[in-house]
Design a protein around this ligand. Structure first.
Ligand SMILES: NC(=O)C1=CN([C@@H]2O[C@H](COP(=O)(O)OP(=O)(O)OC[C@H]3O[C@@H](n4cnc5c(N)ncnc54)[C@H](OP(=O)(O)O)[C@@H]3O)[C@@H](O)[C@H]2O)[C@@H](O)CC1
Ligand SMILES: Nc1ncnc2c1ncn2[C@@H]1O[C@H](COP(=O)(O)OP(=O)(O)OP(=O)(O)O)[C@@H](O)[C@H]1O
Length: 317
């Protein structure tokens, strides 16, 4: 137990009157969409609980009010998602919440001449038109649009740019908790990941960030400032994508080591009954992680303390 305390002390910055806010860690979490608001919250708040000073959450627009109301300590940027439809003159502007794209239910706001409508209704998109219907009895509005005019948007014109301007002030970025798997949103996240790499910022990749990396392992290949934190399923998917086959359950540690090596010595923390870590040099089981933490969706917490102070990953026992 004493050993565990010492290891925890190693990654928690000591309090000091000489420091000012921000010096002990400014963390960025890229995650949170309409469905998932808990995972980015846990990621952000657990960084604060282990000693970081500031936690920023960059999330989809519709997740922001929810995450903000979990805690006043978090700084929440609703920049990741949305659709803006630029229509013909009679449609001055129309916003449809991005997270629901591909489904029937949308939250929308349409500013048309001669009226404004907003609400929660059904939207169908065809190549050249957009049909909104809402209310009871149902009202409908059909807008003729060239498909090219339905464009992804963030609350600001460019999601990557919006996050990028914060990057010089961040010590570490956590990419993926509760992000969802929408292609357009992941395209934004890809841009954020590349911008972070260009600055050498340490990155923890979790949950849907791992989904993205599984589709495009080159994104993280050889970036030694990255820590991947896959759970059982995520590890299996990543292993298959990178090494081309299923996980050898007979030697779990070896699989973590070989995945790390195949990714160019990116650090891999495989979560499970025994968390396993490898930086491609050696593979270890982490018995130090406090297993009083129940296996109740605590992965969002697990991955964050390990890099939340931009400290090196915890040493193996
Ligand atoms: N509060 C929030 O905001 C949270 C948000 N989150 C968000 O949720 C989304 C989905 O993420 P995920 O990890 O649940 O889905 P995924 O990777 O598809 O795997 C699910 C399947 O894996 C299986 N399975 C799992 N463990 C296993 C094991 N040890 N051994 C064997 N099987 C195992 C299990 O199979 P089952 O038991 O159902 O047969 C299940 O079907 C993602 O967008 C993420 O960001 C989450 O982070 C949660 C907290
Ligand atoms: N079978 C298990 N026995 C004991 N502890 C476990 C077990 N599986 C996971 N854990 C603990 O839970 C932590 C999170 O693992 P888990 O597989 O739940 O990750 P996750 O699915 O990414 O979580 P989240 O749902 O928050 O994203 C692990 O780091 C480990 O400490």
């Amino acid at each position: 137990m004493e050993n565990t305390f010492q290891l925890v002390r190693n990654i928690i910055p000591p309090l000091s009157a000489k420091k000012f806010k921000g010096q002990d860690g400014r963390i960025g979490i890229v995650g949170g969409c309409q469905e998932y608001t808990g995972a980015p919250y846990f990621a952000a708040i657990s960084a604060l609980k282990v000693g970081a000073d500031l936690s920023h959450v960059f999330c989809a627009r519709e997740a922001a009010p929810v995450i903000k109301s979990y805690s006043p300590e978090l700084i929440v940027h609703p920049v990741l998602s949305g659709w803006r439809v630029r229509g013909p003159e009679e449609v001055c502007g129309l916003c449809v919440d991005r997270a629901a794209y591909g489904r029937k239910q949308w939250t929308f706001q349409a500013v048309t001449r001669p009226f404004v409508c907003s609400g929660f209704g059904e939207v169908s998109i065809e190549p050249s038109k957009l049909l909104l219907s809402w209310g009871s009895p149902r009202a409908a509005l059909c807008i003729e649009l060239p498909a090219a005019q339905i464009m992804p948007f963030s609350d600001s014109p460019d999601a990557v740019h919006e996050v990028e301007k914060w990057l010089p002030r961040l010590h570490v970025l956590v990419i993926g908790p509760g992000l969802g798997r929408d292609d357009t949103l992941l395209e934004n996240v890809k841009g954020i990941l590349e911008a972070s790499k260009a600055r050498g910022i340490p990155i923890v990749v979790d949950a849907d960030g791992l989904w993205l990396v599984t589709q495009q392992p080159a994104l993280i290949q050889g970036y030694k400032n990255a820590v991947l934190t896959p759970n059982h399923m995520e590890f299996g998917r990543l292993h298959k994508a990178v090494l081309g086959g299923p996980v050898d359950s007979a030697d779990q540690r070896a699989t973590v080591l070989s995945l790390s090596q195949a990714l160019g010595n990116v650090t891999v923390v495989r979560k499970g009954e025994h968390d396993m870590i490898s930086d491609g040099q050696q593979g270890s089981a982490l018995s130090w992680w406090p297993h009083s933490v129940p296996a109740l969706s605590q992965g969002s917490v697990t991955s964050k303390p390990s890099r939340s102070t931009a400290a090196p990953p915890p040493p193996p026992t």
